[in-house]
Design a protein around this ligand. Sequence first.
Ligand SMILES: *Cc1c(COP(=O)(O)O)cnc(C)c1O
Length: 369
Amino acid sequence: MATAPRIKPSERIFNFGAGPATMPVEVLEKAKGELVNWHEAGMSVMEMSHRGKEFVAIAAEAEADLRKLAAIPASHKVLFLQGGATMQFSAVPMNLLRGGKRADFVNTGEWSKKAIAEAGKYCEARVVASSEDRNFTYVPKQSTWKRSPDAAYLHICSNETIGGVEYHWTPDTGEVPLVADMSSHILSRPLDVARYGLIYAGAQKNIGPAGLVVVIVREDLIGHALPDTPNVLDYRLQSDADSMLNTPPTFSLYLAGLTFKWLLERGGLAGIEQVNIRKAALLYGYLDSQDFYSNPVAKEDRSRMNVPFTLRDASLDAAFLAEAEARGLSQLKGHRSVGGMRASIYNAMPLEGVEALVAFMEEFRKKRG
Ligand SMILES: *Cc1c(COP(=O)(O)O)cnc(C)c1O
């Protein structure tokens, strides 16, 4: 390689991976300081009983901080569960059909498709709008949705992690509960929780380590699970047990709690949104300023969190990735289903990371373009 690596092995890279993803270094340092002996407990959080007063306090504080951050109203329960967002693809229909036979789905890409396929095991999962006609590069306008009169709920994936397509608006579904998979953009901007029947998000994008999924659900929707629902997936049972029907992912939940505090110290969701707007504007602005790289997504639907892009000449992909890696710009390879590159620029990615990426891209373009 022509250019020597510019990072030392002891330095942290800029990790653009889609998930598990970069976490705030301040959170990692804090956890490091508390790792062996948490708050004089004489043990680490990993070793604590989930029923002990220390961990019960950690879990309660995490919930209180998340409620404060996202302004979650009293009408909604917060559950910290296992099984990732993928488990919610089944848990949602199991709990929310409430005797209904049908649920509506908007199909905006790979994660929508997975949610639809799984729900199809429990009900008629009807696709009421799809952006497949243009290779999932936009969000279909609500005026084009052909909704069912008797849907138990309507499901969207509000940020498609692979395609880089984000809803910058909240659908109005009237009396029908709106359900959103927010795995890859939750807590990246303020949201109006009251407009959703249910929100779920795997932790490993914007919250913390894998192993945890956050479910925020309107209380009147729970308590009607299908009879075959496993106890750990039954929102009523988990809610009654404060998400501790069985052992929760304790260490992941502790780190999520530290991340919530990190966000509160940065002005909460309105504060982090400003940073996210700047990062996205910098990267998309650059992508649109030349024709060596391009992003296919409709401008108004571009994700602030996941930015896919391609090189005009795909034969340069391998060189691009190798040279980026040597600069400490890591995990830029696009998802296998779309190819090219993808930069995930979650909350924990500092502006400097995006600046370093854009500087590298421009250098590479000048050299190879
Ligand atoms: C990552 C992701 C998932 C899957 O998460 P798992 O924790 O691996 O189950 C689902 N939906 C979206 C939008 C995602 O980004």
